[in-house]
Design a protein around this ligand. Structure first.
Ligand code: 13P
Ligand code: SF4
Length: 316
């Protein structure tokens, strides 16, 4: 439409004026994905934020992603086009709760998923994303107790993959992925028995899928537990024609765009993250024009959180 065309042109003009880089997560609205300079999973966005030469980073994603960019790049201005774009998973553990948990396990190594507040990261030894959680935990000496937070489904997946007994898992969840249930997988798979399964480890079905896989009830050669960018890569390289996608449905835009002749079936069509969808083209433009909302992390918190985040960016 003319309106969208004008918006896109204005975004381009203001992006140049501000020397800005637009980063977008794979769950953003299609038109926001299309305007991004870099589209990716949490790890790719953190890495892009750490490396850019731009003065301003517009983070089309949620609050913890903008905080991560700000921590890794303190001299840049990081803008979140809607300051209310939060994350139910990040809200499932506070820094006070983590401090109390650490006191119960003195000497334990804390691994926090990147979906956490800057204060929680500052209390952590390592951060990880879904793309490198297994590698991060494997990098910790086997005799060390591990506290993994906040996602219980990713935690139990990592525990299974690493075979680590001395790993404690916080009982947090993402309400969007927790809603993708075991029945969603079995129902979709009976309707599409030849399809390949792409499953995000935050999903409520991921734990039971591990048991089903072990029992041979899921096709081992066609089941893949991956981050969002891992799923996109698999969809491009697999020779399969049909895929069941168990994650937030925003990812289907790129999958379909990159593979026009393949078929993608969401495991649960209602898996929509309301926070990711708060970012619109209008808000992206307003954020560039008005330089808002600036996400800054207090220096002392950022300094401690950066150590955990830099370990995450380096591993995997
Ligand atoms: P990834 O894109 O890193 O797999 O993360 C998924 C997610 O839920 C981000 O909020
Ligand atoms: Fe948070 Fe879940 Fe939304 Fe990702 S999909 S931002 S984990 S609420």
């Amino acid at each position: 439409t003319i309106e969208q065309g004008t918006l896109l042109e204005q975004i381009r003009v203001w992006k140049e004026k501000r020397n800005a880089l637009i980063l977008a997560h794979n769950y953003e609205l299609p038109e926001v994905q299309d305007v991004a300079d870099i589209l990716g999973d949490s790890l790719a966005l953190a890495r892009a934020a750490a490396q850019t030469a731009a003065d301003v980073i517009v983070l089309c994603g949620v609050h913890f992603m903008a905080e991560t960019a700000a921590i890794l790049n303190p001299e840049k201005t990081v803008l979140l086009p809607d300051a209310e774009a939060g994350c139910s998973l990040a809200d499932s553990i506070t820094a006070d709760q983590l401090r109390a948990w650490k006191q119960e396990h003195p000497g334990a190594v804390v691994v926090s998923y990147v979906n956490t507040s800057a204060e929680v990261k500052a209390e952590s030894d390592y951060c990880c994303t879904s793309a490198n959680a297994v590698e991060v935990v494997n990098s910790i000496p086997a005799d060390k107790e591990v506290l993994f937070c906040p996602d219980m489904f990713l935690g139990s997946y990592v525990k299974r993959m690493t075979g680590r007994e001395n790993m404690h898992i916080w009982l947090g969840e993402c309400h969007v992925h927790a809603g993708i249930a075991p029945a969603d997988i079995s129902d979709t798979l009976s309707a599409h028995p030849q399809a390949e399964l792409l499953i995000h480890p935050e999903c409520g079905c991921s734990t039971s899928n591990m048991y089903l896989l072990a029992e041979g009830q899921l096709p081992a050669d066609r089941t893949h537990v991956l981050s969002t960018s891992g799923m996109l890569q698999r969809a491009r390289t697999s020779s399969q024609e049909e895929f069941i996608v168990a994650t937030e449905v925003g990812i289907l835009h790129q999958m379909e765009r990159q593979n026009p002749h393949k078929r993608f079936i969401p495991a649960n069509r209602k898996a929509i993250c309301p926070f990711m969808k708060m970012i619109t083209l209008e808000k992206v433009l307003a954020s560039l024009v008005e330089m808002r909302t600036v996400i800054a992390v207090p220096a002392e918190t950022a300094k401690r959180a950066r150590i955990a985040l830099e370990r995450m960016v380096e591993i995997g």
